[in-house]
Design a binder for this molecule. Structure first.
Ligand code: GRF
Length: 188
């Protein structure tokens, strides 16, 4: 059984989907030790409680610097014997401390066909680009912003009259299939 920690900052629908897959047995051999969040009022916290998953809230602003923040997170991860970190809407760059502690063992999902549209508002960037398709990418995490080695991508069309919300939902539907599939393949 591999132990994973899921990091999220917002709505947490990917986290919720992963938990549903584990609970229904579609995703197996993985135990989520806890949800880690930097946002004390994030929606993902409520979802974690519904799934009976422990929540760890670490607020970076209460630390003198990023390393001190990550040091505390790392200690907790080690205490729980976490093997892999899964970022699912965690809105922060991972720093040296966590990268060193979990080298090659951090995955992220990003709502674009990387290397296109890195960083914030990838969906809006794709919508405004005139591109006819976009998608989602799962990749390893390195020190850059959405620059780590790509593992797998799924694509979907962009329609002419799409609103951002419509496109976002289309991409999330891809993510709910893509992320569990990659987790199963890479982590086990
Ligand atoms: C996802 O679209 C993911 O690609 C990006 O952040 C979003 C998180 O959504 N990194 P949610 O919190 O899982 O609903």
């Amino acid at each position: 059984m591999k132990k994973v920690a899921i990091f999220a900052s917002g709505s947490g629908t990917n986290f919720d989907n992963i938990m549903n897959r584990i609970e229904s047995g579609v995703l197996s051999g993985i135990k989520v030790t806890a949800l880690y969040t930097d946002q004390p009022s994030a929606q993902c916290i409520h979802l974690a409680k519904q799934h009976g998953v422990e929540v760890h809230i670490y607020e970076p602003r209460t630390y003198p610097n990023k390393s001190a923040y990550e040091e505390d997170v790392l200690n907790q991860l080690n205490e729980e014997h976490v093997d892999w970190i899964i970022l699912a809407g965690y809105m922060r760059l991972i720093g040296h401390t966590l990268l060193k502690g979990y080298e090659g063992k951090i995955l992220n999902i990003h709502p674009s066909l990387l290397p296109k549209y890195k960083g914030k508002d990838a969906v809006g960037q794709a919508l405004n680009s005139g591109d006819r398709e976009t998608g989602s990418t799962v990749h390893y995490v390195d020190e850059g912003m959405d620059t780590g080695q790509i593992i797998e991508q799924r694509t979907c069309p962009i329609y002419q009259n799409d609103t951002k919300e419509e496109l976002e939902n289309r991409i999330k539907a891809l993510e709910y299939e893509l992320y569990p599939a990659v987790i199963q393949k890479i982590i086990l």
